[in-house]
Every structure is written in C-alpha cells, then in structure tokens.
Design a protein around this ligand. Sequence first.
Ligand SMILES: *Cc1c(COP(=O)(O)O)cnc(C)c1O
Length: 222
Amino acid sequence: MDIAKNIREITEKLPKNVRLVAVSKTKPNEDILEAYNAGQRIFGENKVQDLTKKYEELPNDIEWHFIGHPQSNKVKYIAPFISLIHGVDSVKLLKTINKEAIKNDRVIDVLLQFHIAEESTKFGLSPDEADELLTSEAFTQLKNVRIIGVMGMATYTDDKDQVRNEFRVLKGIFNSLKNKYFSDSEFFTEISMGMSGDYPLAIEEGSTLIRVGSKIFGARNY
Ligand SMILES: *Cc1c(COP(=O)(O)O)cnc(C)c1O
C-alpha cells in the first residue's frame, strides 16, 4: 500500500466542508506516521487500549476520534485527550462521558449514532429514542458533553440505491434534530457517514466526516 498516495487521492477530491478520519485501527505506528507525513491529522480508533497507547507514542498534534462505543468503565482513559466520540447511543454513556469530562475540566464532543442499516446487529438509536434522550431530564443536566451531530453506518451491500437511501435517512434525521433541538447552536454541524466502500456516495448525500480505513492502509488482519 502507498499510504501517502492513498491519502492524497482521497483528500484531493474532498469538498471543503468534508473532513477525512483515517481509520487506523489494528495498524502500527509506522503506517500512521506515513499518513501523518502526508499531511493527515485526524485518526480514528475503536479500542481504548490501542488508542491510548498510540496517543502516547505519536505526535501530539494528531486529533484522535473514537469511532465506536467506548465501554463505560474505559471512558476515563480517553477523556483527557479525545477530540470526538462518534458512537454514542445512550444517556448512560453520555453521563459517563460527562463525568469524565468534568474531571478533566473540558467539554467532550460526541455524535449520536443512528441505526440506518438493514442489519440488526449494528448499534444505534431510532429517531424516537433520540427524542426521548434529548428531552430527558438527565440529558439536560449534562454540561460537559456536547452533541455536535450524527453518525451512522449503511448496510454492507453492493446495492448502491439502498446505501444512498440509508445515507439520505441519516441526513433527514440530522435536519430534523437540528430544527427541533439545535436550531440556535452553531456547533451542531457534523454528519459522520461513509467508509472505504461507500464514501463517495456519502459525500453526495451530505457527509461532513468520512471514516476511511482499508482504502488507505490496506485490509486489516484481526
Ligand atoms: C472500521 C471502521 C471504519 C472503516 O472501515 P473501512 O471499510 O476499512 O474503511 C469506519 N467506521 C467504523 C465505525 C469502523 O469501525
């Protein structure tokens, strides 16, 4: 894999309002540094332990994103430095993040994850569940966690129309939350959707954060 070339090919075509999260999970520091030296600064990981190790070992101007669901008991390890947590889908997790953010005297940005795929295994809220969360007494008391947008994963399929429709659903959810709950807030701006196989479609449908791994770093060996 020519990691630097892959980064350039993806970023060259990105519209101004779309940022690339280079998903470096399972990949070694050398690979991340290759991307870093090509100018990439945002990296995404989905294991707390790997993330904290990489954070300590790699340049400190990297913006680290957590792209899955941190376990509640591990949030404390990433709370000091994490820039964005993409996969939040419960008040319980929001409370934990808020608590750890207070300990670090900061506000942590998160995205609400929605279930837009056909597969039932994927995490995420329904629009009704999001309404319940956002209007709950518990949520209104959280001052150190800030919801800056939404995140979703489309069905893993070759059917482009289906994928496009699922991205459209997420964009619709974003618009409706923006109108209902965040119309005054300048910070509710992010739609995290699109991976190696479907990010061009996601951009067409309004993505602002694409999360691309294998297309940059090659296939992962778990
Ligand atoms: C692994 C992962 C990605 C990147 O997947 P690729 O298909 O390798 O681009 C994106 N988003 C999430 C949530 C992931 O876990």
